[in-house]
Write a protein that binds this ligand. Structure first.
Ligand SMILES: [Zn+2]
Length: 269
């Protein structure tokens, strides 16, 4: 039995399984990264996209943000087999929650095997349930939505960007409030409630799977340890080593698009 088979064995025993995902799960879909070689910040000035700039100059912020959005998401991209494997395991009742650092919305769009309607299941809110089975917690929000900073109303980001392109700077809600991309901007605090929810999910898990995250930046760094400190089995799938490897029962230095479908097959067959 290899270590992935052992992990699958534990997942099959059907304790509470929480998956935690980072940029590495979306890289195979072609979603560009912010940092590093070829990252978005090589082409754009990171300083123009901070929460401080949004507060100071929402019109200029949105104008630049439209350009950034087109550069990042202009070509479109699709969930890959790793997203689909988690969705399938979730629909089968094996994955109870997915916590993600990503803002690309790909978990929301991923389809469990045998399901064809993308509109079923997930709701467009952070931390809501899919089929009453899988909780999706988007730690840093979702770039495909915008949120009114006054009343909290959420709209499709495409609508906000269309209005920006038509010269509505900044895009404004019916209540008079200003829309903001529904993501945690640089210099903006992660909501305490969201963070608390993530910590609770980690502590309540029997199996915590960290997938495609370097586990360096908070809160990513502390969640696996919160899980293992309360007795959870920690599994890590990441191409590079992480600071939590020493605490993990299983470490797979493997591409997510091979490890996750194999885990799915091992659990479900
Ligand atoms: Zn409003």
């Amino acid at each position: 039995m290899d270590d992935l088979e052992r992990l699958a064995d534990e997942v099959e025993r059907n304790g509470t399984v929480v998956a935690f995902t980072g940029a590495g799960i979306s890289a195979p879909s072609g979603v560009p990264t912010f940092r590093g070689e070829g990252g978005v910040w090589e082409r754009f000035d990171e300083g123009q996209f901070t929460y401080g700039r949004f507060r100071r100059d929402p019109a200029g912020f949105w104008e630049d943000r439209l350009e950034l959005h087109e550069a990042m998401f202009g070509d479109g991209y699709e969930p890959n087999v790793a997203h689909d494997a988690l969705a399938t395991l979730g629909a089968a009742g094996y994955v109870d929650a997915i916590i993600t650092q990503n803002t690309d919305g790909l978990h929301e769009r991923a389809l469990p095997a045998n399901e064809t309607n993308a509109d079923e299941g997930w709701q467009n809110e952070s931390g809501t349930d899919r089929d009453d089975e899988t909780t999706l917690l988007e730690l840093h929000g979702n770039a495909h939505r915008a949120v009114c900073t006054a009343c909290g109303r959420r709209i499709d980001a495409e609508e906000a960007f269309d209005r920006v392109a038509d010269g509505e700077l900044p895009p404004t809600c019916d209540c008079g409030g200003t829309y903001k991309p529904d993501v945690v901007l640089f210099g903006e605090q992660l909501s305490g409630a969201t963070l608390q929810r993530a910590r609770t999910l980690a502590r309540e898990s029997d199996i915590f799977l960290a997938i495609g995250s370097s586990l360096v930046v908070e809160p990513a760094a502390s969640l696996p340890r919160a899980a293992s400190s309360t007795g959870a089995t920690l599994g890590i799938v990441n191409l590079e080593s992480t600071p939590c490897d020493d605490a993990a029962a299983v470490v797979r230095r493997e591409d997510v698009t091979t490890a996750l479908p194999r885990l799915q097959t091992l659990v479900l067959e």
